[in-house]
Design a protein around this ligand. Structure first.
Ligand code: NAD
Ligand code: WQD
Length: 340
């Protein structure tokens, strides 16, 4: 069974990917320093997959610990590198924290596997496109100047990966540009664990619905969109997790070499108000929301062209907005009944 190192494997997307790796016949090996997760997620994962996956707790920026890991686990076939910090606002106030963790962890990992025939999947983001000139946005659209240090770490990381492939440090690399991951596993045993007040739309919706927040503010209704609120390409986290399995399979083929990049979205855009309506319709819970001013730095509208992912990666999203909202709600209810 091929062993896949999953860095950040107890995080939101990483934990769902561990589940999909096991269903596809891979053996996941997790590294996570728990800087944005909880050890309980390991037990939750075990309940879903039926066994406790191998788990190492350390910071990937720690070279010595990483060297010990590579000695202990010599036969890694692939790496899925999720570990990073992701709070856009915090990155503006504390950029060095983001450059250190997001860039140094990547460089350290590439150095540890320098020249080895390891397949490498990287978590990139549609944030690299900024506000695209043409929608849906394709992978060859220009990368726009980053709006935050966080966004910049994704752009720099993609450049590092290309350079590493060109120099032979890495052989097979796929960068996945995620659109907006939402929702949770159907068991409601794993999901997103927002740190403090959520910055993202769907956790804010579910926390408002459960009564943790008084109301949700829609950031602007005067954009040039169908109802004036911003448009995003929301993708169910389980579909997103499956894209990582597809990337490993693509790289296992003889035809793949070098570096490639794929959009991972549904190919459809929804406004903030449509998401709120979908949440209310699927759950039957009325949301207390108000229209507020625009949020600084928000792009007006973005959704992905997923033709390349469908044709080359052989992957398409299957789960719709209603399933995204229903599963996010089940997870919020689970959290409220099982406080940590
Ligand atoms: P997350 O914070 O839930 O998961 C990241 C995990 O990595 C956490 O469990 C954290 O404890 C761990 N981690 C962080 N730094 C580490 C380090 N140096 N060493 C070991 N472990 C470390 O985030 P997520 O939403 O699952 O995101 C995963 C990846 O996807 C990140 O790279 C993120 O930037 C990227 N991404 C996320 C989104 C999103 O909206 N969630 C969108 C686009 C891209
Ligand atoms: C979605 C929409 C908000 C909260 C961010 C990062 C991006 C990526 C995904 C990692 C926007 C609106 C939100 C609220 C609202 N992460 N909103 N009220 O901004 O598309 O992207 O997360 O790479 O880098 O920037 O996602 O969930 O924050 O917002 O009206 O309380 O919901 O204005 O239109 P975003 P989001």
């Amino acid at each position: 069974m091929a062993k896949i190192l999953v860095t950040g494997g107890l995080g939101y997307i990483g934990s769902h990917t561990v589940v999909e790796l096991v269903s596809a016949g891979y053996e996941p090996i997790i590294i996570d320093d728990l800087s944005n997760s909880n050890i309980k997620i390991l037990d939750q994962l075990s309940k879903i997959i039926g066994f406790k996956p191998a788990f190492y707790q350390f910071d990937i920026c720690d070279d010595k610990k990483l060297a010990e890991f590579t000695a202990a686990e010599p036969d890694i076939d692939g790496i899925i590198h999720f570990a990073a910090f992701k709070a856009v606002g915090e990155s503006v106030h504390n950029p060095l924290k983001y450059y250190r963790n997001n860039i140094y962890s990547l460089v350290n990992l590439l150095a540890a596997y320098n020249g080895k025939p390891v397949k490498f999947v990287f978590s990139s983001s549609c944030t690299v496109y900024g506000q695209p000139d043409i929608l849906p946005v394709t992978e060859d659209a220009p990368v726009k100047p980053a709006q935050s240090p966080y966004g910049n770490t994704k752009q720099i990381a993609e450049e590092i990966l290309k350079d590493a492939v060109a120099a032979g440090n890495a052989q097979k690399v796929v960068a996945l540009r995620y659109f907006n991951p939402v929702g949770a596993h159907e068991t409601a045993l794993i999901g997103e664990l927002p740190n403090g007040v959520p910055q993202n739309l769907v956790p804010f919706i579910t926390q408002t619905a459960i009564g943790k927040r008084e109301k949700i503010t829609v950031f602007g209704n005067d954009y040039n969109t169908k109802d004036g609120s911003c448009v995003r390409d929301y993708i169910h986290v389980v579909d997103l997790a499956k894209a990582h399995v597809a990337a490993l399979k693509l790289m296992a083929g003889d035809n793949f070499s070098g570096y490639d990049v794929f959009n991972i979205g549904t190919g459809n855009g929804n406004t903030v108000l449509e998401i709120i309506a979908a949440f209310e319709n699927t759950t039957g819970v009325k949301l207390n929301y108000e229209i507020g001013p625009r949020r600084n730095g928000d792009v007006e509208k973005v959704w992905g062209d997923v033709t390349k992912s469908s044709k080359v990666l052989n992957w398409t999203a299957a789960l719709d907005i209603d399933i995204m909202m229903a599963s996010a709600w089940e997870w919020e209810k689970y959290l409220s009944q099982n406080p940590s």
